[in-house]
Design a protein around this ligand. Sequence first.
Ligand code: FES
Length: 491
Amino acid sequence: MTQWLTLSRAAHLLGISRVSLQKRIREGELPSFDGMVDAEDLQRAWPQLDLDASGSFEKTRAIREDAFAKRLRERVLPSQEALAQRLFAQGQELAELQRTLTRYHRLVGDLRSRLASLPQPLAADLGHLLDEGLARAISAPAPRDDVRALDAMLRVMSAHVTVKPSGHEFFVEGSETLLKAALRAGLAPNYGCGNGNCGLCKARVVSGEARPVAPSDYGFSEAEKAQNHILMCTCTAHSSDLVLEVLEAGLPEDIPEQRIVTKVRAVDALGEDMIRLHLQTPRSNRLRFLAGQRATLGLSAGVASGDDLHAELPVASCPCDDRNLIFHVRRPASADFHGDRASDFAACVSAGLVKPGMEVSVWGPWGRFVLERESTRPLTLVAIDEGFAPINSLIEHAIAVDAAESITLYWAATRPGGQYLPNQCRAWASALDEFHYRPLDLAGLPAALAADGALAGSDVFLAGPAALVAPAEAALRAVGVPAAQLHTEPL
Ligand code: FES
């Protein structure tokens, strides 16, 4: 019996990205039909697939063996009710399989009786043929079926959610909420409070079952109840497959301006002249933004002498990074305050006046330096100095949502050590087959771009100090990057 798997589930089983799987399909290594692949074809294309090598199998073993099993079970396993429901669904599939087998048994029995009524020696010959055929079928070596076994296990451990109308997909681990799982997967669903009050994360269950895991006072209308509306921030997936109708932000204008108060979690040096400012949002009030956008950060009067200070900075983290907001702040050339709010803000951070635990207001998001929603073109990202901040956000998001078949990062620096997060870039390049990292001096950037024959067919994102972005943009246009595919973020 054919077992069809969606591309997301197949990629999840193999532990590879969906775009890598699509590439193998395009190259003819794996047949697919209507966006699905057959479990047996998958096993043939990846004969080395091994249950022992699967992270999910490891997870199950850990649950069984870990000395702190209870805590681990709570984190990675769905609730007992969800487990029972998913096992029941698998039991039903097995029962259906058994019914099919019983029908085949009866068919063979009927055939034998019909054969017995035929004249001899025809009946004996046909009976002999039937016996031989059955013996061959039973003794034939059964193909390894690790894919089915692994898929059956994953269906119990984690739920697969399909989002309408976008077709986005994500997996829910344990009893985490649908909102948390969707954000972790890099989706941008509509939401507000995050704790069941505002109703902005409303979604309609099209098929499958979702159940609450947190209380909520939100009052649904009778019509909404009848149409199976739920809150994504308080519900988890109960069945192993769930289809939801969700309002998602795809464009910057889909996200309203917000103002929240965050707390400084850490302030760390990044090389000699950059600082990482790590803010944490309240649990119930996160900042909604799209990867690559900016926000304004405000320090109240009193942190430094004088007025309030604020600066508009690109968010360097991905919207999928839970409550964490990361910003890269360049140390000003002089530690003096000049009356310019943005540079005084940087001077404040540089002088150590912004400390863990301190409140920082954040408002925004701003800007249109975001990935194109439906594009399937390769991604080329060009960062100049601290222009790496929004590029970092785009890369983390692109990786989280499998946005591109290949990603190339050029990071041009105007000074030694200007690539202030080299290990992170190298780690991406070594972990992902289709990630290419090219660090270089700014002087070498035009020649490197001119030698890149793939640029004209890519979506290109360029960010850096305004004075340096303009010549790099001209170099990109000169090598044939169409204006519609070129996105710039002068800082
Ligand atoms: S985000 Fe406010 S109710 Fe879910």
